[in-house]
Design a protein around this ligand. Sequence first.
Ligand code: ADP
Length: 280
Amino acid sequence: MIRCKDIHKSYNEKEVLKGISFDIDDGKIFGLLGPSGAGKTTLIKILTGQLDYEKGEAYILNKAVSELNGNDRKEIGIMMDQFGVYERLSCADNLKIFADIYDIPKSRIRETLALVGLEDAVNKPASNLSKGMRVRLQLARAFLNTPKILFLDEPTTGLDPMTQKLIHRIILDKKKSGSTIFLTTHNMEEASTLCDEVALLNEGVIVDSGSPKDICRRYNHQKKILIHLVSGNDLEFAHDRNSAEKICRLMDEGMIETIHSSEPNLETVFLELTGRKLED
Ligand code: ADP
């Protein structure tokens, strides 16, 4: 459904994408993870035909991005910051503009606003929306033409945890209804919750990719068992036979409250691979 092969892109002779390759299958959620400035938005712009690139190949809907026509574009929904909202227009009128451009039946406007939980804000001016509602309006715009592919650039940045969860549910519902979703984030929890596959992008290079679980397993070198005792103390054991006996003894004596194995998460893997934090 989406394919990149050795994409290179420079701005003013500075190379910001240095040979990006990946494939995204139909119906999957793919997350591009990387800190600010890694090149995520640049890649979305290339894949959606908004930006030229110097080298490589980019395909969407089984076509080279450069060959997409008006009908193909109707199959693509984009949510990114620079596609702002018209402040003085109501939610419904914001969507009406796009319904007119894409020749979408007006009945879709209310349906789509309901889909993102904005049914009570149909006539509210965009300037009166909270940050979370504004994001939902931007999502509604991306969903309006029921696209096969959705590009969501940092869809939850700056939102409170409750609203983030709501947006996650909306994104997962879209996946259930068959959309393929490309999202960028620097939030590793979001990536673990939502994505079937992720690619870790640092300074224009994909440093690893795969399912979040597989990536974390690959970097699970320092296997440890963490025990919290009833007394309130914490103990750390190596993941081996010798520890098993000691842990058994603690268990027999009723001293253990919880046991966890410590596995890396995407944040610690990224740090190990790049020396940088995703939230940098
Ligand atoms: P991200 O979305 O991961 O934060 P971007 O794709 O926005 O990263 O930016 C990648 C790099 O390209 C950054 O160093 C940024 O400053 C630079 N960049 C982005 N857009 C432009 C532009 N129009 N002109 C020059 N440099 C740019």
